[in-house]
Design a protein. Sequence first.
Length: 338
Amino acid sequence: MTVDPRFYAPLGALTLGQIAELTDAVMEGDGDLPVTGIASAANAQAGDLAFLDGNGKSAPEISANAGIFVTNEANFQYVPEGASKLVTRFPRYAHSVAALAMYKPRHLDWTGESRISPDAQVHEGAYVSPGAVIGPGAVVGEGSWIGPNASLGPGVQVGRHCQIGANTSVFCALLGDHVTLLAGARIGEAGFGVLAAPDGQRDAPHFGRVILQDHVSIGANTCIDRGVFEDTIMGERTKIDNLSQIAHNVVFGRSVIMAAFGGISGSVRVGNHAMIGGRVGIADHVRVGDGVSLAASSGLFRNIEDGETWGGTPAKPIRQWMREVAWLQKQANPKKNN
């Protein structure tokens, strides 16, 4: 994904040699090679700097167009032949240093000197409540209502007939038509990405977006994090209850329903018409098929095929889980079974 300039100000390209100096990495390649963007290894295009981190025990997904890498020794074997390389103990950290030298989130420069920026486009048929602030480059469509003390950051796009509740905050996000955010929702904050650095743990910078498609509803005090390099996406007519957490790079299909107190880890994919019960937790990178139902308080750690119903922790097919619960009750209460 190309970094969206509406949300991240380009600071200029770097050369491979400049990045090597910034990060103390060992360079293998042309020091004058221009690095024009940043990306994950799976989605990198020509000129993008990608990273390979981890213990190297499994082969990572790498784009056929990727040609510039920062890697550690464990993943050196996976770098495509002929690609330029930077080698360091902390490839994810080095990648983030380069990224922050090339892009800056625009909301970090937003001073809020005027409540509604002169550079914002607010339709004359929209209503902005007292205390709400709208950043430069933001757009609010016809018939939309912006609640008291809501914050729309620089570049945020709000479609027609949306309802943005009181005390909400929206950054690095694109909202379709008829989107509803209830009070206190937090859209587009950075996710819980942590990376190892020479001086200890650091927060990983995020350069993705949140996309809420038409007729999406988000409950009160629910948080949806923007992606790291890709987008976090809620499909058309998806409905999320109050007090839920959806992490970076998550993609929900159309008409997904998620009850309160759920927690969805990073890079999860949920298919169309799935139903997620209250207090459900899903581990990172899990794939949930179309039409799946997850019982309340389930903890899911593996992929589910289309149309299945699972429950329990760890989650398993619902009939199997119910048999196990019944057996356990019998073992725990033998006198009641006589």
